[in-house]
Design a protein around this ligand. Structure first.
Ligand code: ATP
Ligand code: MG
Length: 420
C-alpha cells in the first residue's frame, strides 16, 4: 500500500443520499467542521448504505484529537478506551463514536507484541487512517458537505463486486488483530460479501492467534457475530475456519459427537435469526445456553449415574461447564446465572402438577427457558408432550390454569386427629 490513490465518487455515481444519514451524526460533523476540523461518516455506515442496507450506527472520523473533540463538545463528550482512545459524543440522547484519524506506526504510542497490536494511539492523516482499517469495504469516507465518497483502498469496487478484502497482507492484518477473523466471518454472513479462498487460507493458517485476544473482547465479538441475523452461516464459517473449536474446545466435541446435538444448535441459531428478522429481542444468555447445553447434558448424565438428584446434577454440571469454558472465554457472571436458570428450568418443566407450576411460569427466565424447551421438542415424544403442555398452559386464564394444574392431584385424605 505504498502509493495510495484516492478515488472520489459523487452522489450521482454512488446513489447514496445524505437523507439516509442520521441528522445527529450530521450535526456532530457540522460542528467539527465549524471548528476547523475535517470530519466524515466512515466505516460500516457507508458500506451498508452502498449495499442498500440500513446502517446500525454512524461512526465518525476526524482529524481532531480526542482532547480537541472534548473541547468542542464539552459535557456531551466522554473519552474512552486505552487500546484505542475514542470519543463518545452524545446528541439527542444517542451516542456517536468519533475517532481520530490513526497514523502509521513509526513513533508514538503504538505497542506491538509479536505482531499483535496492544495499544494504538498514533494519530495521522485520512490516507493513513484509511489503510489502518481492516477491510477495503470499511475504509470509505462520506463527506456530508458535498455528498462525495472518498475511497483510498478500492473499497467501492469491492463492495460492488461483493468482495471482502483485507487492506494489505492477510496474515499480517490477522496477526495484528486476530478479532478481524471474526469480523470477516460476520461481514460474510451478515452482508453476503465473500471472503476469498486466499484469505480463508490465511485465516486457517493463523486461526490459533485468536487465543491472544482478551477473553472479554472475544465474548463481545461472538455476541455481535451470532446476533448478526445469519447465525447459522456464521456458525458454519466459524467451524470451517476452526475457530469454534478453538473457543469452545469441549463444547464443540460434545456437539459433533451426536447428530441430535448438532441439529439442536442449528435449530437454535435458525430461531435466533428469525427472531432478529421479526424485530424480537435476543440475548447472549439464550445463545450460550444452547452452545454449552450438549456439554452440560454430558456432565449431568455423569452426576446422575453417580446417584445425585437431577437438580443437584444440573447444578454441578453447570459449575463444571463454566469452569472449563473460563479457560478460553470470559462469560460475564450475569450471563452465567441466566444460563444456569434456563437449564434448571428444563428440569422444573417436568413438574406439571401443583403450585410449583406457578413458580415456573413466573420465573424471570421462563420465556427463554420455554423457547429452549421448544427447541428440544423433537428429541423425544416425552419432550414433545411437555412442550405442548407448556405452550397450552400459558394461554389459559388463571382459573383454567388452576384447574389444569390441580386436577391430577389425588383428593386429600382427611387428616387423622393425632391427639386422639
Ligand atoms: P457494524 O457497525 O455493522 O458492526 P462496522 O464496520 O461499522 O460494522 P465497527 O466495529 O463499528 O464496525 O467499526 C467501525 C470501523 O472501524 C470499521 O468499519 C473499520 O473501518 C474500523 N475497525 C473496526 N474494528 C477494526 C479492527 N479490528 N481493525 C481495523 N479497523 C477496525
Ligand atoms: Mg459501526
Amino acid at each position: 500500500m505504498s502509493n495510495i490513490k484516492l478515488q472520489t465518487y459523487n452522489q450521482s455515481q454512488h446513489g447514496v443520499s445524505t437523507d439516509e444519514i442520521s441528522p445527529s451524526a450530521q450535526a456532530i460533523i457540522t460542528k467539527l467542521i465549524e471548528h476547523g476540523y475535517q470530519a466524515y461518516i466512515v466505516g460500516g455506515a457507508v458500506r451498508d448504505l452502498l449495499l442498500g442496507k440500513h446502517p446500525k450506527d454512524f461512526d465518525i472520523a476526524t482529524n481532531a484529537t480526542p482532547d480537541q473533540i472534548k473541547d468542542v463538545f464539552q459535557r456531551y463528550c466522554r473519552l474512552i478506551g486505552r487500546r484505542f482512545r475514542l470519543a463518545h459524543v452524545y446528541h439527542n440522547h444517542q451516542m456517536y463514536e468519533v475517532a481520530t484519524f490513526r497514523g502509521v506506526a513509526q513513533e508514538g504510542e503504538r505497542v506491538v507484541k509479536q505482531g499483535h497490536i496492544i495499544k494504538d494511539n498514533v494519530y495521522g492523516t485520512i490516507e493513513q487512517d484509511a489503510i489502518r482499517r481492516d477491510f477495503t469495504c470499511n475504509a470509505l469516507y462520506l463527506d456530508i458537505e458535498n455528498g462525495n465518497i472518498l475511497d483510498y483502498c478500492e473499497g467501492y469496487d469491492d463492495i460492488k463486486a461483493h468482495r471482502l478484502k483485507f487492506i494489505g497482507d492477510d496474515s499480517k492484518r490477522i496477526i495484528e488483530d486476530p478479532v478481524r477473523m471474526i469480523r470477516a466471518i460476520r461481514f460474510e454472513a451478515k452482508l453476503g460479501l465473500t471472503i476469498s479462498d486466499q484469505t480463508k487460507q490465511a485465516m486457517l493458517k493463523q486461526y490459533k492467534t485468536l487465543s491472544n485476544v482478551s477473553m472479554a473482547r472475544l465474548f463481545d465479538e461472538l455476541v455481535k457475530l451470532f446476533h448478526c441475523g445469519n447465525a447459522l452461516a456464521a456458525f458454519q464459517l466459524m467451524n470451517e475456519m476452526m475457530l469454534f473449536s478453538l473457543i469452545f474446545p469441549h463444547a464443540s466435541k460434545e456437539i459433533s459427537k451426536n447428530n441430535d446435538h448438532y441439529e439442536f444448535i442449528q435449530r437454535a441459531l435458525t430461531s435466533t435469526d428469525s427472531r432478529i428478522k421479526s424485530g424480537k429481542s435476543v440475548t447472549p444468555i439464550f445463545l450460550f445456553s444452547c452452545f454449552l447445553w450438549p456439554m452440560s447434558v454430558a456432565f449431568t448424565d455423569k452426576y446422575l449415574n453417580s446417584g445425585l438428584s437431577e437438580y443437584d446434577a444440573i447444578n454441578k454440571a453447570s459449575n463444571d461447564v463454566f469452569h472449563i469454558t473460563r479457560k478460553t472465554l470470559a462469560i460475564p457472571r450475569i450471563v452465567q446465572i441466566g444460563i444456569r436458570n434456563i437449564w434448571l428450568l428444563q428440569f422444573r418443566f417436568k413438574t406439571t402438577i401443583g403450585k410449583k407450576v406457578f413458580f415456573t411460569l413466573e420465573h424471570q427466565r421462563f420465556r427463554a427457558a420455554y423457547d429452549f424447551l421448544i427447541l428440544r421438542k423433537q428429541e423425544s415424544e416425552e419432550l414433545e408432550l411437555l412442550g405442548d403442555w407448556w405452550t397450552h398452559i400459558q394461554t389459559q386464564s388463571k382459573t383454567k390454569q388452576k384447574e389444569l394444574i390441580f386436577q391430577k392431584k389425588k383428593p386429600r385424605r382427611k387428616r387423622k386427629n393425632l391427639n386422639r
